[in-house]
Design a protein around this ligand. Structure first.
Ligand code: MRU
Length: 353
């Protein structure tokens, strides 16, 4: 798969996913503000990947002109953490990565830095933070692989599956979560065909998931989101697999808008509904789905497709970017630490312990 983010000596190169599948273009982030903008504007996306981009983006705060003192540096890092965390609210992986790096930096500064500024300590801090960003990335690669292998074991016979949005390599550091499970199950001969929902309004399913499935030579068909019920009823869907942006302590799961609709439909059609996500997606501080912040994006993203207005001038629209699927509709949550099923608060706690 093509590189999604490339940390360089003085910048972070970010694949501009808004241009996929037709053009492969990299943006260059030189500062945490640049990285935050790329995340907010959807150049890079997918919960684990924005966590990684935010981690490397935070490290860029140490690539700028050397500060005059520790106080100035502390303020700069605090500002970097705040701007990155504010870029998108729903995916907890982003806050997790930024808090982790900022915590390390603050600890280092309070333990090692005396009154006067010391260039050697500054360089040590720079290396520590860049290594930590690399660790966030590396852990996601491993988690993707583990959860995909364990999720694939849930498929006992070959089935058609449905997915939504893009929870593949383009959304992560590794092979993906929902698409990772599908990939591994397909390699074992357990997937017949994938139905990918196009995922209005950003079309991650049409542009990104279809791109990945075609590249991996997995048989797949694109459907519009409003075809889901009909396809479940007529095409013999054996499972729905989706990713997650945040899983509350009781198992309620926020993912791309439309996921909840698929879960309701899956229950009606007696189809297992799986969520695949790495453990940092679980937010034990959020007790239930009602407390998950749902990003509300510009209504223009609904009014326009690739810049062309499709609704009449003066029409109102809304763009909640995510929805919450209640735990009771989820057959299992697939993580790198094991499978959560049934999805209960106690079982979620066990996986995170
Ligand atoms: O708005 P996006 O494209 O960042 O939304 C992505 C999703 O909803 C994914 O399903 C989720 O982040 C999981 S990615 C492994």
């Amino acid at each position: 798969m093509i590189a999604r983010i490339i940390p360089k000596k003085n910048c972070l190169e970010i694949l501009d996913q808004r241009l996929l599948p037709h053009r492969i273009v990299y943006l260059r982030a030189l500062t945490p503000d640049d990285a935050a903008k790329a995340i907010k504007d959807m150049a890079t996306r997918g919960a684990p990947l924005i966590g990684c981009a935010a981690a490397y983006g935070y490290a860029l705060a140490l690539n700028q002109k050397a500060p005059s003192g520790w106080r100035e540096l502390s303020l700069r890092l605090k500002k970097a953490a705040a701007v990155l965390k504010a870029s998108r609210p729903t995916a907890v992986a982003l806050a997790y990565a930024v808090d982790r790096l900022h915590g390390e930096a603050e600890k280092f500064i309070s333990e090692n830095c005396k009154k006067c500024f010391d260039k050697t300590a500054y360089l040590r801090l720079k290396k520590l933070i860049s290594d930590e960003a690399g660790a966030v990335f590396g852990e996601d690669v491993l988690a993707n692989k583990r959860l995909s292998l364990s999720g694939a074991k849930l498929f006992k016979r070959p089935v058609n599956v449905m997915t939504i949005c893009n929870a593949g390599a383009l959304a992560t550091a590794g092979i993906g979560t929902a698409l990772g499970v599908i990939q591994k199950a397909w390699e074992k001969g357990k997937i017949i065909h994938v139905y990918a929902c196009e995922t209005r309004p950003y079309l991650q399913g049409a542009r990104l998931t279809m791109f990945e499935l075609l590249r991996n030579k997995i048989p797949a068909t694109l459907i519009t989101d409003n075809m889901a019920a009909h396809i479940m009823k007529t095409a013999g869907i054996g499972a729905v697999v989706a990713g997650a942006d945040r899983i509350a302590a009781n198992g309620d799961t926020a993912n791309k808008i439309g996921t909840y609709m698929l879960a309701v439909l899956a229950r009606y059609h007696k189809i297992p509904f799986y969520i695949a996500a790495p453990v940092p997606t679980i937010d034990m501080k959020t007790p239930d789905g009602g407390k998950i912040p749902i990003e509300e994006r510009s209504q223009d993203e609904v009014h326009k497709i690739f810049g062309s207005r499709i609704s009449p001038k003066g029409a109102k629209a809304r763009h909640p970017a995510f929805d919450v699927t209640p735990a009771e509709l989820i057959t299992a949550i697939i993580t790198e630490n094991g499978i959560i099923s049934p999805v209960t608060r106690a079982n979620v706690e066990k996986i995170t312990a």
